[in-house]
Design a protein around this ligand. Structure first.
Ligand SMILES: [Zn+2]
Length: 152
């Protein structure tokens, strides 16, 4: 790191500490040439996660959008707000572990469906019907039978 005062190239780190819960590192540096001190901040570059839709369009991942879909499916159902938020947290943990910066919307949908199916069958079917975009009633009823048949 170049000294901001004399442009000397070789400066030393004399102190280093994390701030903002570890997401920023603050460093005190000392210039061997002019003897002055200065501070630098090192921060993780936040790369947005992109969601690839069925039509290949990509848009940034939005937690609020996923949560909204879950909330709609769970309306008047015995699934608490905490349980709904937990699904989103588990989803984000799963996405984090994959270390990819792009995910298919179908992967998100399948994950949420799997979690909802363990909590409430009605919420599960509601979410699935929106997610799978059923466009006629027969198709919907057929799918519902398949979906419900998977679980006791
Ligand atoms: Zn200097």
């Amino acid at each position: 790191m170049k000294c901001p005062f004399c442009k000397f190239e070789d400066t030393k780190v004399i102190d280093s500490r994390a701030s903002n819960e570890g997401s920023v590192i603050r460093r005190r540096r000392h210039c061997d040439s002019c003897g002055r001190r200065f501070t630098t901040y090192e921060k993780v570059e936040e790369i947005p996660l992109l969601v690839m839709k069925k039509d290949q369009r990509r848009e940034p991942y939005e937690r609020a959008k996923v949560l909204q879909g879950i909330m709609r499916a769970c309306e008047k159902r015995p699934v608490s707000g905490d349980q709904q938020r937990t699904i989103v947290e588990e989803l984000e943990k799963m996405l984090d572990e994959k270390e990819q910066r792009e995910v298919r919307s179908s992967e998100i949908g399948e994950f949420v469906m799997e979690k909802l199916s363990q909590l409430d069958q009605v919420a599960y079917v509601r979410f699935a019907s929106v997610y799978r975009e059923f466009n006629d009633l027969n198709h919907f009823m057929k799918e519902v039978k398949v979906l419900l048949g998977k679980k006791p």
